[in-house]
Design a protein around this ligand. Structure first.
Ligand SMILES: Nc1nc2c(c(=O)[nH]1)N[C@H]1C(S)=C(S)[C@@H](COP(=O)(O)OP(=O)(O)OC[C@H]3O[C@@H](n4cnc5c(=O)[nH]c(N)nc54)[C@H](O)[C@@H]3O)O[C@H]1N2
Ligand SMILES: Nc1nc2c(c(=O)[nH]1)N[C@H]1C(S)=C(S)[C@@H](COP(=O)(O)OP(=O)(O)OC[C@H]3O[C@@H](n4cnc5c(=O)[nH]c(N)nc54)[C@H](O)[C@@H]3O)O[C@H]1N2
Ligand SMILES: [Mo]
Length: 818
């Protein structure tokens, strides 16, 4: 069987196809230690977890250990393909340094203990605080990496049992703007697009989205269209020369933080030239006149100046988008992690809406998620929102939720918008939050301004519980550490960006005494003795399928309706797109068909916000604006970034990802092929910036902002001049699981600022002003990958290769390139 080094060739072989054709099948697999499929004892059905794409796969098991993975040919998402992180990342499950016993802090040290002692300490401290200070002293900070069943249970415990409003996920750092932008335009979360739109689109526009590295299989789908007949045109908006930029018909590389200016100029051209579907706008929208008037002030000449992009490129991009017959737009962190995040993302929605490009094949918006299960954090109400897109400011929605949970409506906090993560950390800093229960996230590396975060997490008065699979940087600061089972070791469901629900089956037992997150949460609820209004236990299930059945009831009749799904139905075939109901038993590929939205005032999830101040609108205001539930076209003026460059801090600092690592690397650094591909932090700068200063590839630089400093070796790349890029994957411990802080010198978030978008409250990771100096000349190139956005401009950097250790199998169903 053909073997390919998938470190060297992250996207594998091409299987070209044309518009409207079916994407050919290509089954990718990787088994450890030279095993073949004949050696495998059994396969367990699941999907990928180190990104949001939701590629169906099977987990290979031999001698009760995970030994590899194979893509599922029948799955609608990937047609068998897997990306490098999927092929190699599962090895972290088998890492010898997994947490296997609970830990508790005694005399300043974390020591091993038994589950009873650990859980009594957790529930005991929580109960004490509830009695002394009330529910507002309790907070939960969760993730986009657990299962739907776990979030739903957590939301029930926190909102319905404890009654705190302080529940959020790291999804605040990740997809808060996706949700916010959808709520602004459609008054409800829920992804309008479908991945199959790639099969039909004639124009694909990617805004601040390095899909090639962050959803590799989705990008493979685009590459296969680009290699086929009548390929789509691609528009890329990104200040770096990413693989997306290289494949684009037009690449706009704006100054970081100027997205709204650029979007307004694109809309200026589109509306000004009449590239508008007037019938659609008249029948299905409100707000067009304000939008048209607002963007009059943003001619391309002005944007060209502010964004520093050639005016003819802006016009060209607008013409391509304006003439598209089937337009797919995708948005991610280059838009979401900035000061006008929601305002910018909403302008992307506006383009598709004014062009009438929604609800049919090839016409979609993907306000992308990042994490594998972030969609579920939002749906199930573990990000502060209420379950199943219920509206916290609509009393009848609260009453309905109270019915499902059998609690009193007044017991569900809904007196103000849910507390967002950045505010929760502020409350912990000020001392009003005294108990913080962290599940499956590593805030000591991933939150902005780490010196501050460390000091908050290390406070004596804060009781910190960390539930993880490794002793992360955050876990090392905890009072109690709870060892969790993870993907492959527990069962549950999760939903990807395009609403596809997958079942992930347990393949093997967790190591040592580690337990599924769901079991731990239910144990916590029982120890707190949480009850419903009839005195029965509040949490009525004891296993994942029971939780799923509870969720089906909760979601029935709401937009994200799972009531027609079951575990059995998800077994054997492809993932299925919600809503799944009696009328649509096989799921729903396109929502918002014929301009039908979930925006009707009594049904919608959100009444929207002011894009500048973030203040929520109330029901009366919303009814006046949008009585019949149309799409809302919201305009926004451009505001400059909050932290501007100066003589002292002349570089714009942006941060982000590389193809081979996931976040704080707790998993990918433990997969040898991935770690070797990007072993240490680097900083990207343009050749002109390096040349002006006499710096060379591989020189050791110091990057400094008013918050901290990082040392990194220089990669001279195709990034725009004046901008420096740092990957944020490298935490401050020497090696994952190591116990020696190395002086806090390499985590990008030492440098980032405590500031957020007013509407989505998503932190600004993509614009800060930095000083860069050289500490030492290098003795060779930096270790940054050459296959990605960090591709060197110079030819003498050795290419990134995985060698035989990274050879994966690729089986083409129809003749492809190999
Ligand atoms: N390999 C890999 N894949 C992942 C992840 C991972 O850690 N590694 N994480 C997953 C998660 S949780 C997420 S959220 C996604 C994130 O996926 P992406 O959003 O695609 O990744 P980022 O690298 O954070 O940011 C994307 C791009 O934004 C650009 N950018 C920076 N500032 C600006 C700006 O002001 N304007 C514009 N237009 N662009 C700007 C950067 O140059 C960068 O190329 O990836 C998911 N997939
Ligand atoms: N500067 C900068 N900072 C950023 C970003 C950026 O672009 N730039 N991006 C932001 C974004 S989009 C995101 S999503 C965040 C990600 O930030 P984090 O969520 O902090 O990153 P992870 O490394 O994914 O942390 C997940 C943790 O959960 C653990 N874990 C994995 N599986 C399980 C499980 O099944 N159960 C339990 N209990 N634990 C588990 C892992 O070991 C790990 O410690 O970072 C954000 N921070
Ligand atoms: Mo994310």
């Amino acid at each position: 069987m053909p073997r390919i080094d998938r470190i060297a060739e992250p996207w594998g072989s091409r299987t070209p196809y044309g518009p409207g054709e079916t994407w050919p099948v290509r089954v990718d697999s990787y088994l450890a230690d030279g095993l073949t499929e004949d050696d495998v004892d059994r396969w367990a059905q699941s999907a990928t977890i180190l990104h949001s794409n939701g590629d169906g796969l099977d987990i290979a098991v031999k001698d009760d250990r995970i030994v590899g993975v194979r893509g599922r040919a029948v799955d609608r998402v990937n047609h068998g393909r897997l990306g490098p992180k999927d092929l190699y990342g599962w090895q972290a499950n088998n890492s010898p340094d997994r947490l296997t016993k609970p830990l508790i802090r005694r005399d300043g040290e974390l020591v091993e203990t038994d589950w009873d002692t650990a859980m009594d300490a957790v529930a005991g401290r929580c109960r004490e605080l509830l009695d002394e200070q009330g529910p507002s002293s309790i907070a939960f900070y969760t993730t986009g990496q657990l299962f739907l069943e776990e979030y739903y249970t957590l939301g029930l415990i926190a909102h319905g049992g404890i009654g705190t409003n302080h529940v959020d996920g790291n999804t605040r750092l990740c997809t808060a703007t996706a949700a916010a932008a959808l709520k602004e335009t459609f008054a409800c979360d829920g992804q309008p697009g479908s991945y199959t739109d790639i099969d039909h689109a004639d124009v694909i526009a990617l805004y601040g989205h390095n899909m090639a590295e962050t959803q590799t299989v989705l990008w493979t789908r685009i590459l296969d269209r680009l290699a086929g007949p009548n390929p789509p045109q691609v528009v890329c908006v990104d200040p770096r020369e990413t693989p997306v930029a290289r494949a684009a018909t037009v690449h706009l590389a704006p100054r970081p933080g100027t997205n709204v200016m650029l979007m307004n100029a694109l809309l200026h051209e589109i509306i000004g030239n009449g590239w508008v579907d007037r019938d659609y706008v008249d029948a299905h929208t409100v707000g067009f006149d304000e939008l048209a008037k607002r963007v009059e002030d943003y001619p391309p000449e002005v944007a060209a100046e502010v964004c520093d992009v050639p005016v003819e490129d802006i016009r060209k991009a607008a013409r391509i988008i304006g003439h598209a017959r089937r337009l797919l737009s995708t948005v991610l962190q280059g838009f979401y992690q900035s000061h006008q995040a929601t305002a910018a993302a909403v302008q992307v929605n506006n383009i598709n809406v004014v062009r009438g490009m929604l609800g049919r094949p090839g016409c979609g918006i993907l306000q992308m998620n990042g994490q594998p299960t972030a969609q579920n954090t939002r749906e199930a109400g573990a990000d502060g929102d209420l379950p199943a897109f219920r509206n916290w400011s609509n009393d009848s929605h609260i009453k309905d939720l109270a019915r499902v949970w059998n609690v009193d409506p007044m017991d569900i906090p809904h007196y103000s918008p849910p507390t967002h993560a950045m505010q929760m950390f502020r409350y912990a800093e000020e001392g009003s939050i005294r108990f913080l229960y962290v599940t499956a996230t590593n805030p000591a590396v991933s939150l902005p301004e780490l010196a501050r975060i460390r000091s908050i997490l290390a406070q004596d008065r804060l009781f910190l519980v960390v539930q993880d699979i490794f002793l992360s940087e955050t876990a090392q600061l905890a009072d109690v550490v709870l060892p969790a089972a993870t993907w492959g070791e527990k069962t549950g469901t999760f939903t990807n960006v395009d609403r596809t629900v997958h079942l992930s089956e347990k393949a093997v037992d967790p190591p040592g005494e580690a337990r599924p997150d769901l079991d731990i949460l239910i144990d916590f609820a029982h120890r707190l003795d949480l009850r419903d209004k009839d005195g029965e236990p509040l949490v009525k299930w004891s296993d994942p399928e029971g939780a799923f059945e509870g969720w089906k009831e909760c979601s029935k009749g709401r937009p994200c309706d799972y009531s027609g799904l079951s575990y059995d139905k998800l077994r054997g075939g492809s993932g299925i797109q919600w809503p799944v109901t009696e009328e649509h038993p096989d799921g729903t590929e396109h929502i918002y068909v014929d301009g039908q939205f979930w925006a009707e005032p009594s049904y919608c999830e959100s009444y929207g916000r002011d894009l500048v101040t973030g203040a929520p609108l109330d029901g009366t205001e919303y009814r006046a604006l949008n009585p019949s539930g149309r799409a809302v076209l919201k305009a926004a003026g451009y505001l400059p970034p909050h932290e501007l460059v100066s003589e002292e801090f002349p570089f714009q600092l942006i941060t982000g990802r590389t193809l081979y690592h996931f976040h704080t690397r707790t998993k990918t650094a433990r997969a040898p092929q991935l770690q070797a591909a990007a072993p240490e932090v680097w900083v990207e700068m343009a050749a002109s910036d390096a040349g002006d200063r006499g710096w060379a590839e591989g020189d050791l630089l110091e990057i400094r902002t008013p918050r901290g400093r990082v040392e990194a070796r220089l990669r001279i790349s195709g990034i725009r001049p004046g901008v420096a890029f740092l990957p944020f994957h490298y935490g401050y411990w020497d090696q994952p699981g190591g116990d020696r802080p190395d002086g806090h010198g390499r985590a990008a978030n030492e440098l980032t600022l405590t500031d957020w978008d007013p509407c989505s409250k998503q932190p600004i990771f993509k614009t800060a002003a930095a000083a860069v100096t050289r500490l030492a000349a290098g003795d060779g190139p930096s270790a940054a990958p050459t296959t990605t956005g960090s591709r060197p401009v110079s030819a003498d950097v050795p290419p990134t290769r995985g060698g035989t250790a990274a050879e994966a199998v690729e089986v083409l169903a129809q003749g492809g390139a190999r």
